[in-house]
Design a protein around this ligand. Structure first.
Ligand code: ADP
Ligand code: ZN
Length: 741
């Protein structure tokens, strides 16, 4: 809690104002371009960063004091701050970060703030939990001891106090029964002390590190000890001990008493990581992701702001929490596309994390076996330093990667596994080993067409085919979530029995596996066949404990799981990510398939990976087969440099959308005409987006390409100012786009 002295230090700018007219700027977590002025009522001392409640229209909402008031509105008309929340103020570095992100991503600051104060209830002090215990009083006259009341009292025979909810659950009755007994004077309330978070223990020893690992850990510890900004790329193949090494950096930061943020691309899939952390440090980290209960969210937010949470592991949104004293950031799997948030506010969490570290003067470690090309180039040019772990820990071999040329080694018709892959599967199963088939496509078939009239079943709201999901007999759109029963007749020609599935999804591969190996224990691992993070974790456990022989999975299972019995990985369609002309298609294919391949041979037995492809001569396939990552990156970098594409040039996209196609078209054309013209800046479009219709909105895209040094935000601001956009049309700005849909 703040002492009165602390809030009246002369250095706070708010004290420089004349008495009687103190005003502050308060930023509100709403789509607003700038903070609003409020009057500070007499007796209230405020400093920048304080969380306050202010009136807005008929409502009262929380906001953050952003600075001194500007005096544009005369003070008679100003509304007053209602109160200050009793909480550590938002640190200055966090406020600067919010402004910076808003500026860079061209998002209204209020919307960035909203990510930081995403749990308004956390601003109130936690209400102490009340528990009840027996006080020995007999039932008052006329008070009937019903069966439920007796049961409940029996639960309290041990003299312990329990909350009303616990009691009701244990006695199988409603909380009203508890209340009845309290009113009758037979139970007395007691305040429970606040639960204390278990603290990770930095001094607990880790495993004995190899000399390479030790050197890497020492280098990271030095960075933490320096308490200064540095970006370090921790680069090493899967299984080389990167996690073990960055745990040492975490321990060093904990020793300093500062907070650590660990970003993971998909925290819901990270049960193994969490369990491992708890073993290493004797206590679990705090978590931050979309799958938390409201109570956990509230407690965690507050504990982060108060500095009680020491290590927080979270998805990208965790970056915006108001850490009281953040000392280290780790971004694991830093190349992962999940770090890019594609919905407004559109931002790249890895890049913003580097900015946060820079502003806070703390080190950041980017961790990957296949760094993003951006990161790779930054390390090559010494903007980032690189720590390299050369081999797998304990001498485990990297898997042998073989290419299957589908043009020669062809699967039987309407089947998808090539003869050589079938043979390898048979052998692995005969050896009692585990196999995994990877196809990054949910459902049974990606396209359904009518054999009579050629009609293709398409989503009415999106430019996308409907995907058949046989496990629940539906057709689904993977873009808008539409789901409908599989029709019996073709909606176009009304013939029945003519609809045919085209191409495979994981369900169809599972069907083929069952046909080939009826005895094998097989299961599908995809986000829609598993009902949530729990189910995913349960399946990961089943695989790790060898309760399954063959797993057919999407990218859900490509992540860093450790499966010791898995020796064979078959990639059903290695070319899948290469279609579509995405700038990063080759890079992403390399990263994804390398990660998938990395699941094989992590235990004692060596692994083999088969990539089924129709273009084995492509550089990315050759590089995967040869294990020549650096050669591939170099080629990729040369191509990007030649085309002046990121990271050698800059891109920004405008996405114009709305439900009225003509209006969208007109706005996009107007933007095209007003586009900035210069020798160095190129504008592509407007053109219909590949997803020209998405969730019922028509979409047009413009792409701005410029040299690295161009201040694209200023350019785009000027550009947008010249065009009147009707309210029914939305223009989204995507700085450094990753998706070109
Ligand atoms: P990466 O993060 O690079 O994939 P990990 O840190 O997960 O590598 O290490 C891979 C496996 O090897 C893990 O099971 C880990 O516990 C084990 N391991 C790594 N280094 C050591 C070590 N020095 N001593 C014991 N086990 C280790
Ligand atoms: Zn759709």
């Amino acid at each position: 809690m703040r002492t009165p002295q602390a809030s009246s230090t002369p250095s706070t700018p708010l004290d420089s104002q004349p008495p009687g007219d103190t005003r502050v700027q308060v930023l509100l977590p709403l789509p607003l371009r700038e903070p609003y002025d409020y009057r500070v009522p007499p007796g209230l001392k405020l400093q920048p960063g304080d969380y306050v409640e202010v009136p807005l229209g008929p409502r009262r909402i929380p906001g953050v004091v952003w600075g001194e008031g500007r005096g544009v509105v005369d003070s008679g008309r100003l509304r007053a701050v209602v109160r200050r929340f009793d909480l550590s103020p938002m640190p200055e570095v966090q406020r600067r970060f919010i402004d910076w992100v808003a500026n860079y991503t061209m998002t209204m600051p209020g919307l960035v703030l909203k990510m930081a104060v995403s749990v308004p209830t956390a601003l109130e002090p936690p209400r102490p939990d009340i528990a009840y215990r027996r006080n020995g009083s007999p039932p008052p006259p006329g008070f009937k001891l019903t069966e439920a009341r007796r049961r409940l009292l029996a639960r309290l025979d041990d003299g312990q106090a329990r909350t009303a909810a616990e009691l009701a659950e244990a006695a199988g009755c409603g909380v009203a029964v508890v209340r009845g007994l309290v009113e009758a004077g037979m139970l007395e309330p007691v305040m429970l002390p606040p639960t204390r978070l278990p603290r990770p223990e930095w001094s607990q020893p880790g495993p004995i590190l190899s000399s390479d690992q030790q050197a890497a850990a020492d280098a990271l510890r030095l960075r933490v000890a320096a308490r200064a900004y540095a970006t370090v790329l921790l680069d090493g193949v899967t299984g080389s001990g990167k996690t073990e090494v960055y745990y040492e950096a975490i321990a060093a930061c904990l020793e300093q008493g500062r907070q650590v943020l660990v970003l993971l691309p998909e925290i819901a899939l990270s049960a193994q990581w969490l369990a491992r952390f708890a073993r290493r440090f004797g206590a679990p980290p705090a978590e931050w992701h979309s799958d938390l209960t409201a109570a956990v969210r509230r407690d965690t937010w507050r504990a982060v702001a108060q500095g009680e949470v020491r290590v927080l592991v979270g998805a990208r949104s965790a970056l915006f929490l108001p850490y009281k004293d953040l000392g280290l950031i780790i971004v694991d799997e830093e190349h992962d596309a999940a770090y890019k948030q594609e919905e407004s506010p559109i931002y790249q969490a890895r890049d913003m994390a580097v900015v946060r570290a820079h502003q806070g003067g703390v080190p950041i470690v980017l961790v990957s076996a296949t760094p993003a090309l951006e990161t790779q180039v930054n390390a090559d040019s010494n903007r980032y330093s690189r720590i390299h772990l050369p081999g797998r820990h304990g001498g485990a071999m990297l898997p042998d990667v073989k290419l299957i040329d589908l043009r020669i080694d062809r699967p039987p018709s309407r089947h998808w596994l090539a003869p050589s892959l079938r043979k390898a599967l048979t052998e692995a199963l005969a050896q009692g080993e585990q196999a995994m088939l990877f196809l990054n496509r949910r459902g049974y078939a990606p396209l359904t067409l009518c054999r009579a009239c050629g009609h293709r079943l398409q989503c009415p709201n999106c430019t996308a085919w409907l995907v058949e999901h046989r496990h629940n007999r539906t057709l689904q759109c993977h873009h808008c979530g539409l789901g409908q029963p599989l029709p019996k007749a073709c909606p176009n020609c009304l013939e029945t029995g003519t609809l045919a599935a085209c191409g495979p999804g994981v369900e169809r591969i599972a069907e083929e596996v069952t046909e080939l190996f009826p005895e094998a224990r097989a299961a599908i691992m995809a986000s829609d066949t598993l009902s949530g993070p729990r189910a995913i974790q349960e399946m990961i456990r089943q695989i790790a404990d060898h309760e399954l022989d063959i797993i057919i999975g999407t990218q859900v299972m490509a992540k860093g799981h450790h499966f010791p019995m898995l020796t064979l990985v078959g990639v059903v369609d290695a070319d899948l990510g290469l279609t579509g002309g995405d700038l990063r298609a080759g890079e992403r294919t390399y990263q994804l398939l390398h990660q998938v391949a990395g699941r094989a041979g992590r235990g004692e037995r060596p692994g083999t990976v088969y990539l089924q492809t129709c273009m084995p001569e492509y550089p990315v396939m050759q590089a995967l087969a040869a294990g020549d990552r650096d050669g591939f990156y170099q080629l990729e970098a040369e191509m990007r440099q030649e085309a002046a594409m990121p990271p050698f040039g800059r891109l920004a996209a405008l996405i114009v959308s709305g439900t009225d196609q003509a209006l969208v078209e007109r706005a996009a054309m107007a933007l095209g005409r007003a586009a900035p013209r210069s020798d160095t800046v190129t504008i592509l479009g407007p053109a219909p987006a590949p997803l020209a219709l998405l969730r019922g909105r028509h979409r047009r895209r413009l792409l701005l390409k410029a040299p690295r040094s161009t201040p694209v935000q200023a350019l785009i601001t000027q550009w947008l100012e010249q065009v009147e956009i009707p309210p029914a049309v939305r223009v989204q700005v995507d700085i450094d786009p990753y998706s070109f849909l």
